[in-house]
Ligand binder design. Sequence first.
Ligand code: DX5
Ligand code: ZN
Length: 228
Amino acid sequence: MKISPSILAANFANLEKDIKSVEEDVDYLHIDIMDGHFVPNISFGLDITKDISKITSKPLDVHLMIEEPLKYLDGFLELNPEYITVHYEIIDNEILEKIIEKIENKNKENMEEGVNKKIKLGLSISPDTPYEVVIPYLEKIDLILVMSVYPGFYGQEFIEDTTYKIERLREIIDENEYTIQLEVDGGINDKTIKLVQKCDIVVAGSYIFKSDNYKERIEKLKLMCTDN
Ligand code: DX5
Ligand code: ZN
């Protein structure tokens, strides 16, 4: 299982230090973008993400919790994130097609310019959204992000009712031999991680950053992954 620490729970007055402290032990940096509309909170935006991308070599795992992803997409694509994930709840077919087209164009541009970066698309579902909604999109996406808390804040309690979605999506992905990555986000700690072993990527915010020893916490998470 890969680890994607959510820097939303980091200390923003010491962000570089916090990023440097986790970088070598993790696989991605999870970047939570909130607009105060889709979720009742505001986090940070493109400029800060751009600055983060300059100080890290870790691939960015961008989680857009914003009502108008298309409006801001180009800027984020310029940063060549590994994943750019949008919420099912605020898109429709037309918007998704436009997002896919923009990602494809950027990937084509990268290839032509010899930039070895292929941006991948994620689709996220909030706790009240049934897993079945992603089925029509499976041919078009690279990642499914199952939210195990209501999007908006770090430090919330893991919602156990969401785990059946992970189990079921794992079966669907495996049965159909999709290469889609399954990611879980929210309330992950050394106990709840046991419930999400079928995921490929696990996001953790407060469990890591609201502790005295980030390294130890990351190690604990890794120890609890049965595939290690
Ligand atoms: C919630 C965010 C999560 C959150 C995770 O809206 O998408 O990424 O920061 O933080 P923890 O692990 O503390 O729940
Ligand atoms: Zn997130």
